[in-house]
Design a protein around this ligand. Structure first.
Ligand SMILES: Nc1ncnc2c1ncn2[C@@H]1O[C@H](COP(=O)(O)OP(=O)(O)OP(=O)(O)O)[C@@H](O)[C@H]1O
Length: 754
């Protein structure tokens, strides 16, 4: 014991040295930054942009140093070929003489800390985990990888605390934390894969997919800072609640270069949260929509059936179907998007009409032609006729039209979509849905810049010059042009971060893309996402077993083929760190019964509690029991977090009950879908990716009915069979400690509850 204390004392001395250096570097960075800020006042544009760039550099540096406070150093490697141990931490630190004091966890030299095993120890003799709290070493844990090379003295000082188990047993805070100190070897191998190409990571619930994805983002930003930090990492998560849940992980790793977004936010200016019903979602997500939309645009390039007579200067000019057809073919051949190609179309016809006008007026002087063309252009008749033939369009306008006018949609989809299109119908003023977003994006590609966007580049030459300079200096000139940058600044001022600007620019291209819950994305969503990473450098993580979409594919090759062919690398995570083995086993039995081809993870630890089943007579009884059951859970796990998961409208009723009842002792639930209160009330889809100490699943029949119960029992009229299995699997696998199932029978889980 006293050996252990001595050892802790020795490590404390090292830790003190490291924190001392950290404090020194922070003070330096702060001083540099305030010098820059002082100098920034006044000055010429060019000097100012240089100072802006440097100030940004110091700000980033300071953010990195500030974020490293908690758990600055968490590991130590003793190597057989070096007398000095290597300390591993959140960031790298060296002393005034450039002597390395602390190795960044992402550096190649830190790799053995995560990778070495007794079977292949490499040059590692001992790996030590240091547990620290507020600058104090509280525990040590040693893995001896090569006992023979350990001295007598070192052998005497071995210790073990189970850093991983300790991390896993901790009470949840409602926000995800980083796992740098305890990344496991199978996770580490994925985190450190090269940046090129697409990596897909399949893993069951709680296997650390989200953690791996976020640490990989941090790793790539560290290792390829030059290339990636400038363009940013696009980070796609399923919902705003999920993005809130993970928001602290990257900053805690000192990284600010990620641009978090939900699929509903991909199109600038739109923040869609409403989801379509499954039938509409399936149609909108189908890649056939690419052809439907292309056709819808082509149908707006119209040839009149008869010759139109245009009155200009008391003359009658003839616009024949042949003239329009020819001009249309020519404009289409240009390959430009609709709004840009329209310029050529209009020009061709105006020229021909101008020539007609010259003939009618008997004018032969070619110098007068431009004036006559201009007269035609200004005439009401010509404007109306040309607009009718080729109207400037916006993505929003065209899509609203398709959804609200069934004949327009039928015309565009003829011969392409053979399904019933009525689920797509809706009023013109309906809100945009998440599923509309990739379609708007597709239309923006087909239409190009519309009339309302082109106005934004009205900026002065001085502003443009300044923007060009900054774009050049920050390395984004490949991605945005100076006009765009300057126009945006004209509206907001140049203080927004590069990440924010990227989020506002539909044509921004990112250095890497991370997608969580990728199994739920439709082909159209993936297409829109890959448009933002032409390099296809991406990490997609997901679990085929947790698929919500009615027609979701159950293998990654099918999901990715349309976008990547077979050019992707697949990896699998096999151990569930979140869910206790007893609960995992129950969930896995349900899944395997319906999808025997899918692999399931094993739980890494036994929990203290078996899953509990409370049978009630009906849904009303289940609802009345919720408050008392919730109170009991919170009493069992003081300071813990609880989720009550129920399907659709039942979740609203659950929330009302919890609010109305004081059985929970004032620990009332927050708003629906929020994770800030002690009790969160969620649907399975909202619960995706989240975790709680305890989970109560209310009336599982409404999430996944048993095959025998068919469509009866208010399951929203969905067919029986494998319906909702993915969602129920999600609900069952959220707890880190306890699971309670409160139901009246008729659910797919019932046969496993005996
Ligand atoms: N190596 C590790 N060390 C400590 N904790 C870990 C480790 N790996 C995963 N965890 C913890 O396990 C839990 C589950 O991780 P995560 O949410 O990343 O899993 P997931 O695979 O994304 O799950 P789901 O499919 O349910 O979304 C988290 O609390 C995470 O911090």
């Amino acid at each position: 014991m006293s050996e252990q204390l001595d050892e802790i004392g020795r490590e404390q001395a090292t830790l003190d040295r490291l924190y001392g250096r950290l404090d020194g570097l922070r003070a330096e960075a702060r001083a540099q930054l305030s010098r820059m800020r002082l100098a920034r006042v006044g000055g010429h544009h060019q000097n100012r942009s240089e100072r802006d760039a440097f100030a940004q550099l110091y700000e980033d540096q300071l953010a990195r140093l500030e974020s490293a406070e908690e758990n600055l150093c968490f590991g130590r490697l003793d190597l057989d070929d070096s007398p000095e141990p290597v300390y591993i931490g959140r960031i790298g630190l060296s002393d005034e003489h450039r002597q390395q004091l602390l190795m960044d966890w992402r550096a190649p030299a830190s790799e053995p800390f995560y990778q070495a095993t007794p079977a292949s120890p490499g040059n590692v003799v001992r790996r030590r985990h240091l547990t620290t709290r507020q600058r104090r070493v509280t525990a040590l844990e040693d893995d001896v990888l090569n006992l023979e090379n350990l001295s007598e003295e070192q052998r005497a000082r071995l210790s073990g605390e189970g850093a991983l188990m300790a991390a896993l047993q901790e009470r949840r805070t409602g926000r995800m934390g980083d796992i740098v100190a305890t990344i496991q070897a199978e996770q580490d191998r994925i985190i450190r894969l090269p940046r090129e190409g697409t990596v897909v990571v399949q893993g069951g619930p709680g296997t650390g997919k989200t953690a791996v994805a976020l640490h990989r983002a941090a790793y790539l930003l560290f290792r390829h800072r030059e290339q990636i930090a400038k363009s940013g990492v696009l980070l796609i998560g399923p919902s705003l609640v999920f993005l809130r849940y993970i928001e602290k992980v990257l900053p805690s790793l000192g990284e600010t270069g990620a641009v978090p977004m939900t699929p509903g936010q991909l199109y600038p200016g739109i923040d869609a949260t409403v989801r379509d019903e499954p039938a509409a979602a399936a149609l909108k997500g189908d890649l056939a929509m690419v052809r439907v939309l292309r056709r819808a645009v082509e149908l707006r390039q119209r040839v009149p059936e008869e010759t139109q007579v245009l009155h200009v200067h008391q003359q009658d000019l003839a616009l024949t179907p042949g003239m329009v057809r020819q001009a249309r073919e020519r404009a289409r051949r240009s390959g430009e998007p609709h709004n840009a190609a329209r310029v050529g179309f209009v020009k061709t016809l105006l020229k021909q009409l101008g020539q007609q006008l010259a003939e009618r007026l008997g004018t032969t002087d070619p110098a007068e032609l431009p004036g006559l063309i201009d007269d035609v252009r200004r005439s009401r008749d010509a404007r109306v006729a040309l607009n009718l033939a080729w109207m400037p369009l916006t993505p929003q306008g065209l899509l609203r039209d398709l959804w609200s006018k069934p004949h327009r949609l039928a015309e565009a989809a003829a011969g392409i979509l053979h399904a019933d299109l009525s689920p797509l119908e809706r009023p013109k003023d309906a809100a945009w849905t998440v599923e509309d977003v990739p379609l708007l994006d597709e239309l923006a590609e087909l239409l190009g810049e519309g009339p309302e966007q082109s106005g934004r580049s009205a900026v002065s030459s001085e502003e443009r010059e300044y923007a060009a300079h900054v774009a050049e200096m920050t390395g984004v000139s490949e991605y945005v042009d100076a006009d765009q940058l300057a126009a945006r600044w004209a509206a907001e001022g140049p203080s927004t971060s590069l990440a924010e600007r990227a989020a506002e620019d539909r044509e921004w291209t990112y250095g890497h893309m991370i997608v969580d819950e990728a199994q739920d994305l439709s082909p159209m969503q993936l297409r829109a996402l890959y448009r933002r990473v032409p390099s296809k450098s991406a990490t997609l993580v997901g679990d085929l077993a947790q698929t919500s979409r009615a027609n979701g594919a159950r293998n990654w090759a099918d999901i990715l083929r349309p976008h990547l062919g077979n050019r992707f690398e697949a990896h699998e995570l096999t151990v569930s760190y979140r869910t206790p083995a007893q609960i995992m086993e129950l969930a896995n039995r349900l899944l395997t019964a319906h999808f025997p081809e899918l692999s399931v993870p094993r739980g890494v630890r036994e929990g203290d509690w078996a899953p509990q089943f409370r049978r009630v007579p009906d849904t009303a009884a289940a609802l009345s029991e919720v408050p008392a059951a919730a109170a009991a859970e919170l009493d069992l796990l003081p300071g813990g977090r609880l989720a009550v998961i129920a399907d659709g409208s039942l979740a609203d009723e659950v929330l009302q009950r919890l609010r109305a009842d004081d059985a929970t002792g004032g620990r009332t639930a927050g708003v629906r879908g929020s994770i800030d209160a002690e009790i969160a009330v969620l649907t399975p889809v909202e619960a995706k990716g989240l975790e709680f100490d305890s989970v109560i699943v209310v009336e599982p029949r409404r999430i996944a009915p048993s095959a025998a119960s068919g469509t009866a029992g208010g399951n929203g009229g969905r067919p029986s069979g494998a319906t909702g299995i993915g969602d129920l699997y999600v609900a069952l696998t959220r707890p880190t400690q306890r699971l309670v199932i409160l139901g009246s029978g008729g659910s797919a889980i019932d046969e496993f509850t005996g």
